[in-house]
Design a protein around this ligand. Sequence first.
Ligand SMILES: C[S@@+](CC[C@H](N)C(=O)[O-])C[C@H]1O[C@@H](n2cnc3c(N)ncnc32)[C@H](O)[C@@H]1O
Length: 189
Amino acid sequence: MTTFYDLFMAPLEKRWLTDIRKSIMPTASGKVLEIGFGTGVNLQYLNCDQIDSITALDLEFRKTNAKCAEENIIFVKGQAEELPFPDASFDTVIETLVLCSVTDMEKALSEIMRVLKPHGQFIYIDHVLPDDKTLANLFKGINIFWPHIASGCNVTRTPHLSIDRHKIDHTISGHKANTVFRYGIVTKQ
Ligand SMILES: C[S@@+](CC[C@H](N)C(=O)[O-])C[C@H]1O[C@@H](n2cnc3c(N)ncnc32)[C@H](O)[C@@H]1O
């Protein structure tokens, strides 16, 4: 079923998100975990030749747009704040547009760092509170009702700043749409 959120995101996907996904997803390699897998929109941008396995974690699963058909996708029901995997289990963790709606963002980020192997890479795209003051105030106003109509999505979070507080090195770091979208690839130290 197409949700209000899907309809809202469609033009943003076309204008910005597709290009961002294309630019960073081909870096994923080895044993890959994607949290908040959704319908699997990132699969089509992965370089399947360098991937051993994909573990797809979500609270619930909808129909998958899987293009990496030959890949072995392991579906796991679970939540980002309590990942059901041992420490240092994955070479790559992918998270796109999920940290806005998790209950505890800091815990989810700590879990991502825990399950990453040393020198493993974290690939992310988030919408965040923009730098521009006027736009940020608008987002704060919208956030009074937005989570209630958009599946718990918050538009006032700053996950990129929280990511920077972990022991990581930046490989790629960028923003689009007047800093509404932040994305990057960071390597765990
Ligand atoms: C906005 S969708 C993003 C889907 C996809 N990653 C993308 O880039 O389009 C957010 C997804 O995160 C999942 N999600 C929300 N809270 C979560 C949590 N605490 N743990 C794991 N997944 C969660 C939702 O079920 C949904 O599939």
